[in-house]
Design a protein around this ligand. Structure first.
Ligand SMILES: Cc1ncc(COP(=O)(O)O)c(C=O)c1O
Length: 402
């Protein structure tokens, strides 16, 4: 067997199940899971209709490069959403459909990392982060290098904390904005600085932007790595790859539809890799995806639903829990009074509400685990369930501790 498989860590949900295994949840209360990151709003009817209308097209193998019409729709959306200018992204050379960002974030490391040197290369990533980055690094024969995301750095990975020797061995940097679990957004200046480092030390940036449509301030939508590249004169998006998805934007997690865009040379190699990998998107999915990327109204309505949840949940929690409003995404990254695992166990026992302890998402570093003392609270459930859960959390925190 591939010995690298043994280095993969159990997924946080598996570890949470173990953590809660001996806890009996409060009887007589419906369980509420605020642990998962799976969007639950109704998918847009016109996208499902487009899918149904094209089902007969499963009679043909799809091309890995995708339909030119899909690549064009993705490029149009990028230009609209990030104000890139109409012809900035060449759909033929700079865009590739992927079956959701998860598989693409994983597979991209296989295509980028050159494991032929005498020492394993490094893949730098935030800590905590979406665990796929870590597995991608390990299975590509690289070593993960974690940059903590701390409150004093506004929960952004401080790239100045990374030593020069690390950058010299780095081949790939994963960034995530808006961040999971922190909700922190990277500014154009931050991203431009990351690009400077990428150029100086010769590495590639994989920017996971799958939460880019979930933000709260209409005057400041989160920028893309592509915006930063253009703002700094990098018209070929050199060393950049961005990852986008319909899962969060359109509440279509089961469609498995996303795309990558960026440096044409990276796209060409990734396409070659994917041709062998066999990860083409089915044609009905591609046609439904075109309808979704071309429509912004449903994405705005979806964003509004999350805004309402935050606006109603936060005032309930504010008196008892330090849960700052995130800049984007659908998570609260809340500080727990005491140990985060004990908090999760206590809340489950007292209120039958499940939250994800931050220490299960983070990794131990020289200064401890930056996820410790926090929990991730996901607001994907219905507004009623989110409000019910918020009240239960408040009551739990008001109860006198033994
Ligand atoms: C940070 C981040 N990236 C990527 C993904 C994968 O999303 P999808 O594969 O549905 O596009 C998720 C899903 O939860 C996520 O939280």
């Amino acid at each position: 067997m591939n010995p690298r498989l043994a280095r993969l860590q159990a997924y946080p949900f598996e570890r949470l199940a173990q953590l809660l295994a001996d806890v009996s949840p409060a009887p007589g209360r419906t369980p509420i899971a605020l642990t998962i990151g799976e969007p639950k709003h109704a998918p847009p009817a016109f996208v499902l209709e487009a899918l149904r209308a094209n089902l007969a097209r499963v009679d043909a193998y799809p091309a890995t490069a995708g339909l030119p019409e899909l690549r064009a729709a993705c490029a149009r959306w990028l230009a609209r959403r990030f104000d890139l200018g109409v012809d900035s992204v060449d759909p033929q050379r700079m865009v590739l459909p992927v079956n959701g960002t998860r598989e693409a974030l994983f597979a991209f490391a296989q295509s980028v990392v050159d494991g032929s040197g005498s020492r394993p290369p490094l893949v730098v990533m935030p800590n905590p982060c979406y665990q796929i980055y870590e597995g991608a690094a390990l299975l590509a024969g690289a070593e993960p290098w974690y940059v903590p995301t701390l409150p004093e750095d506004r929960f952004l990975p401080d790239l100045e904390r990374v030593p020069r020797e690390t950058w010299e061995r780095c081949e790939l940097l994963y960034l995530c904005s808006p961040g999971n679990p922190t909700g922190a957004v990277m500014s154009t200046a931050y991203l431009a600085h990351a690009l400077e480092l990428a150029e100086r030390y010769d590495f590639v940036i994989a920017a996971d932007e799958c939460y880019a449509e979930l933000y709260f301030d209409d005057t400041r939508p989160p920028p893309s790595l592509l915006s930063a590249a253009l703002a700094t004169g990098r018209r070929g998006f050199e060393r950049c790859m961005v990852f986008h998805s319909l899962s969060k934007r359109s509440s279509l997690p089961g469609l498995r539809s996303g795309f990558v865009a960026g440096d044409a040379a990276l796209i060409a190699k990734f396409l070659l890799y994917r041709t062998y990998h066999g990860s083409a998107m089915s044609i009905p999915t591609q046609l439904a995806s075109i309808a979704a990327w071309d429509d912004d109204a449903h994405a705005a309505a979806n964003r509004q639903l999350y805004r309402e949840k935050f606006a109603r949940v936060l005032p309930i929690l504010a008196p008892v829990l330090d849960a700052p409003m995130p800049e984007g995404g659908f998570y609260l990254w809340a500080a727990t009074p005491g140990d985060d695992r004990e908090f999760a166990r206590g809340l489950y026992s007292a209120a039958n509400v499940m939250v994800l302890p931050g220490s299960l998402l983070g990794r131990d570093g020289p200064d401890g685990n930056p996820g410790a003392g926090r929990v991730r609270i996901s607001l994907v459930a219905s507004i009623e369930a989110c409000l019910d859960a918020a009240h239960r959390i408040r009551d739990f925190l008001k109860e006198p501790r033994s």
